[in-house]
Write a protein that binds this ligand. Structure first.
Ligand code: ADP
Length: 505
C-alpha cells in the first residue's frame, strides 16, 4: 500500500510542497529535519496597484519543488497514494487550450486594476445581487472582473475565447491542467467549489456559474472549468511514469479550515500571517452577513455542501514587520514576544494598524494607522506590546461580528500561521476574547487540509473521523483576565479605532 500523500501548497510568494505519512507527520530528512521544499517566484508590478505572476513560473516552481522533495526524501512516486492541491485564491489565468500558453500574465488577487469595473457593476444595480448570489462583497480582489479585463484588453483574446480556444482557471485549475496534460493525454479543466466561490461569478447556493453575472461581465461559459467537490478525483498526474490521482483541491483558507478539523457548525480557525483570516464553519446554512463578512463554501466531499463565514484583518503580522523594518524596534519578529512581556501592560497606549484602511466589521478605506494614549512614560516596550495586542483586538472584532451573525458563542478558536507561535499574542487573544485558543502540533494546516481531502477521497484515510484522531493539540491558552479589565481594555480599543477612522482625504 502507498504510504504518503503529497501536498502542493501554491502561495502568493512561493510554491511549497510537503509529504504527509499516515499519522499526518511531515516526512523528515536524513538529519531529522522536516522536509518542506519551497521556491519563491517573481512578483511583477507593471504599474501602481497592479500585481502579476508568470503562470509558467508558477507551474515550473511548483513542479520543481515537487521533484526536489521526492529526490531529497528518497520516496518513489509509487509510494504516493494521492496528491492534494491548495492555492492562493482568486488569482486569474487565461490560456490557449491548443498551445497551453498563457494569453497574459496571471492577475493576482491583490491587483486593484479592475476597481472601475466593480464600480460599474454596482452602478448597474448589481451590488446586492452579487452578495446574494456569490456571498461576496463586490470587489476587485475576486476573479470575475480580472477575467473581463483580460478579455477586453489583450488583443484577439475575446475572439479566441468565443471560438472556444481560450480557457480560464484559478491557480488550482492551471496546475491540474498542466499536471494532467502532456504525452498525448487530454488535460482536465476542473476546479473545486471553494475556489469557484471566490470568482464572483459562481452561485454558491445552486453550485453553478451564474448566467446573469457572466452576461454582465461578458464572459463566455465555454472558458469556465467544471466545478467539483474539494474531495474528488480531479485528474491524474504522471510523475516519474506513475499515474497519481489528484484527489483534493481547496483554496488556502478553506484548506486550513479543513486541516484544523473544523468539520462542525460553529468551529473556527484563525490564520495569523501578514494578514489574519478567520473562518467559521456555519454548517449547511449560507449565512449572509450584515457586518461585512464574506460567505463562502467550505471544503467537503460529494455531499450537501457546508458553508463558512470569512473575515480578514488586512494588517496582522504586518504590524510586526513594520516594527522590525521601518521602526527598527526589534531585529526579528520573534523578539516582539520578549519585549512585550517586559512590561505589565501598555500603559494605556493603543496602536491601530490601519495601514491600508480597516476591513470587517468597519470597512473604512479612509482609516489610517494611529498610536494614541502616549504619555511622558511611554517606552519602546509599550509600543511593541501594543502592536501585538492590536492583532488580537482586530481578530476579536471579527470574532464578535461572527458571533453576532450566527448566534454561536465561540468558546474555542484554533490557530495557525507564522505569528501564532507567539505565546504572548495567543495568551492575550484568549484573555481579550474569553475563549480558549488551541494551537495544533502541525502548524502546516493549509497543506495538511489539502492532503486530508485527497487522502480521504482515495481511501488512504477512512473518513473525517479518522483524520480527526491524528489532529493533536500542542498548546491551549485559557483566558486569565477578569471581566472588568477586559471590558476596560476593549472599550479603549474601540475609542482608538474611532480616532483612526475617516482620516485620509
Ligand atoms: P504569510 O503566509 O502571510 O507570508 P506567515 O504565516 O509566514 O505569513 O507569517 C509571517 C508573518 O508573521 C509576518 O508578518 C511576521 O511578522 C509574523 N511573525 C512571524 N513570527 C512572529 C512572532 N514570533 N511574533 C509575531 N509575529 C510573527
Amino acid at each position: 500500500m502507498s504510504k504518503y500523500i503529497l501536498s502542493l501548497d501554491q502561495g502568493t510568494t512561493s510554491s511549497r510542497v510537503i509529504l504527509f505519512d499516515h499519522e499526518q507527520n511531515i516526512v523528515r530528512g536524513l538529519k531529522g529535519e522536516e522536509l518542506i521544499e519551497q521556491r519563491e517566484f517573481t512578483q511583477i508590478y507593471p504599474s501602481e496597484g497592479w500585481v502579476e505572476h508568470d503562470p509558467m513560473e508558477i507551474y515550473s516552481s511548483q513542479y520543481n519543488v515537487m521533484i526536489d522533495l521526492l529526490t531529497k526524501s528518497n520516496i518513489k512516486a509509487q509510494d504516493i497514494a494521492a496528491i492534494g492541491i491548495t492555492n492562493q485564491r482568486e488569482t486569474t489565468i487565461l490560456w490557449d487550450r491548443n498551445t497551453g500558453l498563457p494569453v497574459y500574465n496571471a492577475i493576482v488577487w491583490q491587483c486593484r486594476r479592475t476597481s472601475a469595473i466593480v464600480d460599474a457593476l454596482k452602478n448597474d444595480g448589481l451590488g446586492d445581487y452579487i452578495t446574494k448570489t456569490t456571498g461576496l462583497i463586490p470587489d476587485a480582489y475576486f476573479s470575475g472582473t480580472k477575467i473581463k479585463w483580460i478579455l477586453d484588453n489583450v488583443a484577439g483574446v475575446r475572439e479566441r475565447a468565443e471560438a472556444g480556444d481560450v480557457l480560464f482557471g484559478t491557480v488550482d485549475t492551471w496546475l491540474i491542467w498542466k499536471l494532467s496534460g502532456g504525452m498525448g493525454r487530454v488535460p482536465a479543466h476542473v476546479t473545486d467549489y471553494t475556489n469557484a466561490s471566490r470568482t464572483m461569478i459562481f452561485d454558491i447556493h445552486k453550485l453553478d456559474w451564474d448566467d446573469r453575472l457572466l452576461d454582465a461581465l461578458g464572459i463566455p461559459r465555454a472558458i469556465l472549468p467544471q466545478v467539483k467537490p474539494s474531495g474528488s478525483v480531479f485528474a491524474s498526474a504522471n510523475i516519474q511514469g506513475v499515474e497519481i490521482p489528484i484527489a483534493g483541491n481547496a483554496g488556502d483558507q478553506q484548506a486550513a479550515l479543513f486541516g484544523q478539523c473544523c468539520f462542525e457548525k460553529g468551529e473556527a480557525k484563525c490564520t495569523y500571517g501578514t494578514g489574519c483570516f478567520l473562518l467559521m464553519n456555519t454548517g449547511y446554512d449560507a449565512v449572509v452577513s450584515r457586518n461585512g463578512l464574506l460567505t463562502t463554501v467550505a471544503a467537503g466531499f460529494n455531499e450537501k455542501v457546508q458553508y463558512a463565514l470569512e473575515g480578514s484583518v488586512f494588517s496582522g503580522g504586518a504590524v510586526i514587520q513594520w516594527l522590525r523594518d521601518e521602526m527598527r524596534m526589534i531585529t526579528g519578529s520573534e523578539d516582539s514576544e520578549y519585549y512585550a512581556a517586559k512590561v505589565a501592560d501598555t500603559g494605556g497606549l493603543y496602536i491601530v494598524p490601519a495601514f491600508t484602511g480597516l476591513g470587517a466589521p468597519y470597512w473604512d478605506m479612509y482609516a489610517r494607522g494611529c498610536i494614541i494614549g502616549i504619555t511622558r512614560g511611554t517606552k519602546r516596550n509599550h509600543i511593541i506590546r501594543a502592536s501585538l495586542e492590536s492583532i488580537a483586538y482586530q481578530v476579536m472584532d471579527l470574532l464578535c461580528a461572527m458571533e453576532k451573525e450566527t448566534g454561536i458563542k465561540m468558546t474555542e478558536l484554533k490557530v495557525d500561521g507564522g505569528a501564532s507561535i507567539n505565546k504572548f499574542l495567543m495568551q492575550f487573544q484568549s484573555d481579550i476574547c474569553g475563549s480558549s485558543i488551541v494551537r495544533p502540533v502541525i502548524n502546516e494546516t493549509t497543506a495538511l487540509g489539502a492532503a486530508c481531502l485527497a487522502g480521504i477521497t482515495v481511501g488512504f484515510w477512512k473518513d473525517k473521523d479518522e483524520v480527526k484522531t491524528s489532529w493533536l493539540r500542542d498548546v491551549v491558552f485559557n483566558s486569565q483576565m477578569d471581566i472588568p479589565l477586559r471590558e476596560r481594555l476593549v472599550n479603549g480599543w474601540h475609542k482608538a479605532v474611532e480616532r483612526s477612522r475617516n482620516w485620509a482625504e
